[in-house]
Write a protein that binds this ligand. Structure first.
Ligand SMILES: Cc1cc2nc3c(=O)[nH]c(=O)nc-3n(C[C@H](O)[C@H](O)[C@H](O)COP(=O)(O)OP(=O)(O)OC[C@H]3O[C@@H](n4cnc5c(N)ncnc54)[C@H](O)[C@@H]3O)c2cc1C
Length: 471
């Protein structure tokens, strides 16, 4: 092991690329276990902010969150002063040299380049948003939403005064980020169009459940254009004024792109750190890449789906934080592993909530399962209790064994977080029959006497029984 002199002692050198969820979790955990004399930590972040919640951007733009700084989880001074982590903002890594065991850094503040040596390296470069190579996509008024800097720019746009104030917005892409941004723009009083090339918003749900989201969006006054791709953007004076959808022109003073993201692995790839079939960096369960002393975590890695048994790249903060923690514990001398995911996600648009876990129908079929499905309509509380809201729960179960493969929920307030119970059942390979006896909490303000999860399990188990008994 090589090491450098720090304050008279030999300290190992840890360099972290990327200063958000995965990178700073790794740095903090490593520091919790090893002091500065033992481990010198340099975290390099190319943006203006570190350790922020990108997940909060829609609520910043929508006005529920006070300001940009509210989304910063831990300020740079806290890392520097309280944890002795040398966090350098505006510092972009431009190359990883594995032979030299050093990264090339461009300091955007000082305009200088230098090499930073490492013994251990953490790659936590996140994801890159998809950008359509369409005419006019670089016009002013077309926004991405990936970093806090993007969120701050959008906030300025929606809060502009007078003639600058946008009235009509188009959101391109009907995934969860597109939906959350549509809500934000509705809240700001803009007239909103959502364009989705697929046949339904929320393509991670089955079509029947996705259709409920499309209905909900329309009830909120959002114009929903499905099955049509954007072909370009028109601009006047360099500023977007319309989105071209097929032969139509949809007025837009502001466009938000929510077209998904892919692992940001260009640096790792160029250095020869292996990427997998999903194009995320390959790691083992301890988040070690195949290169000695190089770790990776967060949106830039691929992980393992515990139901399909296939590699997947799922860009979610919940995974990034856990994986970063695992890296930090392992570098710190402990033992931790990240077992994989079951594809749990939750989102909302205004009063409508949506959640999923496990496999949807298409994923279950692709993984080779034969399955049955059951969808039940119920309420979030006892039907007589004030505030009871409608919800639909869908279950997908293995036809042969009855094992729960996946579940989806669409409903109103109080519906979506029930997905956690279902995620746990998927995680532990429970059958729907076993689930019918689960000891779930009941009181009228919280659930009907048969919780929607129990009703869905019961109905699915009954369907399987009929199939197996020929009834
Ligand atoms: C609008 C929005 C809403 C979201 N909502 C949710 C949600 O509700 N729930 C959920 O679980 N997840 C959500 N996510 C996803 C979540 O934000 C990400 O999964 C999480 O931020 C990933 O953390 P990360 O550290 O892997 O990557 P990132 O947060 O992307 O951080 C990577 C960092 O690396 C830096 N970087 C990249 N390349 C270099 C380089 N060469 N040199 C130096 N620095 C570099 C980047 O500037 C960036 O700050 C949302 C994301 C967005 C954009």
């Amino acid at each position: 092991m090589t090491a450098c002199e720090t304050g008279g002692t030999m300290a190992e050198r840890l360099v972290v690329i990327g200063g958000d969820a995965a990178g700073m979790s790794a740095a903090s955990q490593a520091r919790n276990r090893r002091g500065p004399d033992d481990l010198r930590i340099v975290a390099l972040e190319k943006g203006f902010h570190a350790s922020y919640s990108a997940c909060g951007i829609p609520y910043l733009v929508g006005g529920e969150v006070g300001g940009v700084e509210d989304l910063v989880v831990r300020r740079p001074e806290v890392f520097r002063d309280e944890q002795a982590i040398d966090l350098r903002l505006r510092s972009e890594v431009t190359e990883i040299d594995l032979d030299r065991r050093a990264v090339a850094v461009h300091d955007h503040e000082e305009g200088r380049d230098y090499w930073e040596p490492f013994d251990q390296l953490v790659v936590a470069t996140g994801a890159l948003p998809s950008r359509p190579g369409l005419p006019g996509a670089d016009a002013a008024g077309v926004y991405g939403v990936q970093t806090l800097d993007d969120g701050a720019a959008l906030l300025r746009a929606v809060e502009a005064d007078g003639a600058e104030r946008p009235r009509a917005a188009t959101v391109v892409g009907g995934g969860y980020i597109g939906l959350e941004m549509a809500e934000a723009l509705v809240r700001r009083g803009l007239s909103v169009t959502l364009v989705e090339a697929g046949e339904q918003p929320m393509g991670t749900l089955d079509p029947d459940m996705g259709a409920l989201i499309a209905d909900a969006l329309r009830r909120l006054g959002v114009e929903v254009l499905l099955g049509e791709g954007v072909t370009g953007f028109s601009a006047s004076g360099g500023r977007v004024d319309a989105v071209c959808v097929g032969n139509r022109s949809v007025r837009a003073d502001l466009v938000v792109l929510g077209l998904g993201a892919r692992p940001n692995t260009a640096l790792a790839d160029a250095a020869g750190i292996p990427v997998g079939e999903t194009s995320g960096i390959r790691t083992d369960r301890r988040m070690r890449t195949p290169v000695e002393g190089v770790w990776a975590a967060g949106d830039c890695v691929e992980t393992f789906h515990l139901v399909s048994h296939r590699p997947v790249a799922i860009a979610l903060g919940t995974h990034a934080n856990k994986q970063g923690r695992v890296v930090g514990i392992n570098i710190g001398g402990g033992y931790a592993s990240f077992p994989g995911v079951v594809g749990t996600a939750v989102s909302k648009i205004c009063e409508y909530e949506v959640a999923r876990t496990g496999l949807n129908e298409a994923e279950a079929a692709a993984a080779g399962f034969e399955f049955v499905t059951e969808t039940v309509a119920s309420t979030t509380r006892a039907h007589y209790y004030p505030g009871a809201r409608e919800m639909r729960t869908k279950m997908i179960a293995d036809r042969r064994t009855g094992r729960l493969l996946g579940a989806q929920i669409v409903g109103q307030e109080g519906a979506a977080k029930r997905i956690d119970t279902l995620a746990l059942a998927v995680w532990h390979g429970m059958t729907v029959e076993e689930m019918t006896g689960l000891d779930l909490a009941y009181a009228p303000p919280f659930a009907p006497v048969w919780d929607p999860v129990l009703i869905a399990a019961r109905k699915t188990a009954e369907r399987l029984e009929r199939l197996h008994t020929g009834g």
